[in-house]
Write a protein that binds this ligand. Structure first.
Ligand SMILES: *[C@@H]1O[C@H](CO)[C@@H](O)[C@H](O)[C@H]1NC(C)=O
Length: 291
């Protein structure tokens, strides 16, 4: 009987343990996950476009976001994506109109200095303050994007910057790009805020790409940190590359979602269910032996 109890305990423990395959830890009884773990899951879901259109990051993720940015992970994630874009480009035969389209903020220029001052995205985005920051023209380059940009330029690709920044920021944007090390480009496309035909980021970027294709450009790659940079039509034969953005995702044409984390109790219930089933199984086995 002691042996049976022992086996049953192991069985239950093993079944629960199987849930470690999910980003969950059952080792503190009721499956308490640390904010780091929960926020890493949240960030993955954001990057994969399962969570989008949120206005602020969850409050409990401020510390984790800060650590992500200032630790090694953000840079490494950025490097991995840029590297893949380069590996793809390196193997292409380059024609004169072959083009890589880059977004600007969060892609070639870092807006982390702005978010650092405003709670890493936990404060609601304020376009007045953000514009003030943009107009200073001091945004640093995202170093891994700059490296990739230099390689693409030397491979012979045309570079087109397609940004949600408005036309009034042309001069400051050009100066900022140069200052950050982006020394050449084919075109810098900014948004006309009066144009009613492009009410959101996806339609604006789609229309701009359509025009580029009509002008004879062959878009082979699109690099951006927002899904609105990469969705929509007129992408030609391009591959798209999604850079990480830990602080924000602007709502595009999609309805927004609440930035809440999934409840843990569903998994706890699953574990208890499996435990109960395993016990039943053991009890019936014992009864059979007794009879
Ligand atoms: C943005 O910030 C400015 C300056 O602090 C403030 O006056 C304004 O009300 C804010 N706007 C929003 C929408 O919060």
């Amino acid at each position: 009987k002691v042996l049976v109890f022992f086996v049953a305990t192991i069985l239950v423990a093993w079944q629960c343990h199987a849930y470690d395959m999910f980003p969950l830890r059952m080792n503190t009884g009721y499956g308490a996950r640390t904010p780091e773990v929960k926020c890493a899951s949240w960030r993955l879901a954001v990057e994969a476009h399962n969570i989008f259109g949120f206005e602020t990051i969850p409050e409990e993720c401020v510390e984790a976001t800060k650590e992500y940015i200032h630790g090694e992970q953000y840079r490494s994630d950025s490097k991995t994506v840029n590297q893949q874009a380069y590996f793809y480009a390196r193997d292409l035969e380059v024609h004169p109109k072959d083009t890589f389209v880059f977004s600007i903020d969060g892609t070639v220029l870092s807006n982390i200095p702005y978010y650092k001052k405003h709670g890493y995205g936990v404060e609601k985005f304020n376009s007045t303050l953000y514009d003030e920051w943009v107009n200073k023209g001091n945004a640093p380059a995202l170093p891994e994007t700059l490296k990739n940009y230099n390689k693409l330029v030397s491979l012979g690709f045309k570079i087109i910057f397609l940004s949600g920044r408005t036309l009034d920021k042309q001069a400051v944007t050009e100066a900022n790009l140069k200052k950050a090390g982006y020394h050449t480009w084919e075109k810098l496309i900014l948004k006309d805020p009066q144009d009613p035909s492009t009410p959101n980021a996806v339609s604006y970027k789609t229309a701009a790409r359509e025009k580029l294709i009509r002008q004879g450009y062959n878009i082979v790659g699109i690099i951006g940190d927002q899904w609105s940079d990469l969705l929509g039509g007129h992408r030609g034969e391009s591959r798209t590359f999604k850079l990480p953005n830990p602080c924000t995702t602007f709502s595009s044409s999609f309805t927004s979602q609440q930035s809440s984390l999934l409840p843990i109790y569903l998994y706890v219930i699953r574990c208890v269910q499996i435990g109960a089933l395993a016990s039943l199984y053991v009890v019936s086995a014992v009864c059979q032996q007794v009879m």
